[in-house]
Design a binder for this molecule. Structure first.
Ligand code: NAP
Ligand code: ZN
Length: 346
């Protein structure tokens, strides 16, 4: 067993504390990663607060992991000691079902094994990246391109792929008008990726406070949803809307912004159900869809795409002692645009 330092939370209303966790000894295809940076995703907060259902505490969140390989199992072929690598939201899947065989491991029919708050194939609870080390089977490890620093690489493993995948699937590109709802961790990645794909990008944020940043990241337009006229003026405008908001929105307002055959994809995952007035959809043959992270092959493709287009998140690096404060600031939409834990402070 390998001992790792970690930060855990013991209940929905509890503060993070320092602890030690065990990582399994390396199996034949396992890679031991010394974690350097771990991003804070809003999903960590939903989970730590028990909003998505029951959680087994103590919980070590973190699924935006960047680090360096420090040991490999005897049959590992893809990585060697010293390689710069990442791990995202899942650490395993059945590998045999129709979806896994298509490279859509996140939709594994038996359920993927999440990086934390899951149970691995050895029957042990999984614990995430707010820790110094993790052991992951090589097939779920990603290679970080040389020109992406590890601190900014971390958020790509969730915020990057979660926005890249639907933009790719619904064919964001030249001639397409894409709106991004919410300029947080996911939103500010969606803006950069959609812009690099060649789409015309519009940000719909609660306020105009982050407008300058949005335009600098590649948005062509930026509007505040606090102004009701925005919904009238932009009615029927967008081919694709990516909703990254972590809270419940009045969806009908946003469906009204779609063109004929337009698609609104929810990646935001509020605990509360969203309601739909079907007349907002049937009038213009609009679709309401969802999307969850992306497969391993597509995640590597996204990392390489970001490397080619010089896309990285804007981050604020924090020490391990500041996780609780960072959570509060994310909940107050006071994050520009991702907190990343410097794991050396663990
Ligand atoms: P985040 O950094 O907190 O960004 C969310 C943004 O939503 C905020 O910055 C804010 O943007 C907007 N917002 C927040 N509360 C709002 C409200 N009450 N009304 C309107 N807008 C509001 O969070 P994130 O890490 O990007 O994650 C966003 C959501 O995606 C979370 O629910 C998370 O769990 C989910 N998620 C899903 C997947 C997936 O696979 N589908 C993967 C990762 C995360 P403005 O300040 O610009 O208004
Ligand atoms: Zn995430």
């Amino acid at each position: 067993m390998i001992t790792a330092k970690a930060r855990a939370v013991d209940g929905p209303d509890k503060q993070f504390h320092a602890t030690e966790i065990k990582r399994r000894d390396l199996d034949s295809h396992d890679v031991l990663i010394e974690i350097k940076y771990a991003g804070i995703c809003h999903s960590d907060i939903h989970t730590a607060h028990g909003e998505w259902g029951e959680v087994n505490y103590p919980l070590v969140p973190g699924h935006e992991i960047a680090g360096v390989v420090s040991a490999i199992g005897p049959n590992v072929t893809k990585y060697k000691v010293g390689d710069r690598v990442g791990v995202g939201c899942m650490v395993d899947s059945c590998g045999e079902c129709e979806n896994c065989r298509q490279g859509e491991e996140q939709y594994c029919l038996k359920g993927n094994i999440p990086t934390y708050a899951g149970v691995d194939k050895y029957g042990e609870p999984t614990q995430g990246g707010y820790s110094t080390h993790i052991v992951v089977t090589e097939d779920f490890v990603l290679r970080i391109p040389d020109n992406i620093e590890l601190d900014v690489a971390a958020p790509l493993l969730c915020a990057g792929i979660t926005t890249y995948s639907p933009l790719n699937h619904w064919k964001s590109g030249p001639g397409k008008k894409v709106a991004v709802v919410g300029m947080g961790g996911l939103g500010h990645m969606a803006v950069q990726i959609a812009h690099a794909m060649g789409a015309e990008v519009t940000v719909l944020s609660q306020t105009l406070n982050k407008k300058e940043d949005g335009l600098q990241l590649g948005a062509d337009n930026y509007y505040a949803t606090s102004n009701p006229e925005v919904f009238e003026n932009l009615a029927g405008s967008f081919d694709l809307i990516i909703n990254t908001v972590s809270a419940k929105l009045n969806m009908d307002d946003y469906f009204g912004l779609l063109t004929l055959d337009g698609v609104l994809v929810n990646v935001g995952a509020p605990a509360e159900p969203l309601s739909v007035n079907v007349f907002s959809l049937i009038g213009h043959r609009r679709s309401f869809a969802g999307s969850m992270i992306g497969g391993i092959r597509e995640t590597q493709e996204m990392l390489d795409f970001c490397a080619t287009h010089n896309i990285v998140p804007k981050i604020e690096v924090i020490s391990a002692d500041s996780i609780d404060e960072a959570y509060e600031r994310v909940l107050a939409s006071d994050v520009k645009y991702r907190f990343v834990i410097d794991v050396s402070t663990m």
